[in-house]
Design a protein around this ligand. Sequence first.
Ligand code: TTP
Ligand code: MG
Length: 358
Amino acid sequence: MTQRKIIHVDMDAFFAQVEQRDHPELRGKPVIVGGDPRSRGVVSTCSYEARKFGVHSAMPTSHAYRLCPQGIFVRGNFEAYREASQQIREIFYSYSPLVEPLSLDEAYIDVTDPLQGPPSATFIAEEIRAKIFQKTNLTCSAGVSYNKFLAKIASDINKPNGLTVITPDKAQEFLKALPVKKFFGVGKVTQKKMESLRIFTGADLLKYSKEQLYFHFGKSGEAFYHYVRGEDNRPVEPNRERKSIGKERTFPKDISDVNEMLDILKYLSDKVSEYAEKYSIKGYTITLKVKYSDFKQITRSQTVEQPTNSTNVLYETVAELLQKSEVYTKSVRLLGVSLHNFDSKDTKNEPIQLTIPF
Ligand code: TTP
Ligand code: MG
């Protein structure tokens, strides 16, 4: 088996960084995303400036306020986070179909056989970081290694805005020095138990046999045995949840002319078709979305017999669905076209819910 090349990308202080990007007055300040400190909520995340005070994710906001009363507490804007997330995923997918998103801000990318770019995974990781910054104005950190476990640990080492590469010849030495809490699957409870066995670092872990680790930690113990030896064969698994490609447009002014709506649907169908073709995806279900000027929103779907990505089929289907909506009596502020229910035979690696750029 050829050695794999895996990149793990993780945005820095993701929600907080988006807030600082969108509200320049927050830059350089301790920003805490999680709403009102008097509420009973918890912190989603905070800027690096706030981390200096000991504030971190999942802490009650009231506690964060005690640690950092000068902190700026913001509620957050999920739409903006989702948008940035889609933008970064599009960049990942332009390098490999093997992308496994772990959350909005984080993904593994297998670039053993990349779709574009230099053959070096390190260069690709730098290119991805640069493109993310160009496109979103946000920084991220990346880890590069030959398996998922090491790539993920690596991305955390030079945070924020850093890159770390763990080559096979460096892995052993690196793992020996690694504190056990950094091992995948070691939470507070396991860490305590390890400490009671005098296991503090990878070097300590190496002294235990597979049977001993199994005895103390069950199946995870076996995993630790392999991880500490730099062994992790888990493949990068493209997200199978993703099941649609869509494009929509909100108009600066409400539209009441049905012919104009049809023109827009033609344009949207072309875009969806183009993307579906690029990723070799065909779907059985075509959906029209309409938001009327009174903000009432409907979606109407039609399932076709043969999976398709043809622009004509898409257009004809949504045009027919449009006729059955209320467009003759109401004006419209948004139209959308999407393709769902992908044909799994055609879709070796399902891509993300794509927001198609203009
Ligand atoms: P993380 O990547 O864990 O954190 P982060 O991006 O804020 O900071 P870091 O630089 O250390 O990577 O999580 C990504 C986002 O997910 C984070 O910005 C907010 C959200 N999140 C929560 O809402 N609650 C949580 O408990 C965590 C851990 C994250
Ligand atoms: Mg992050």
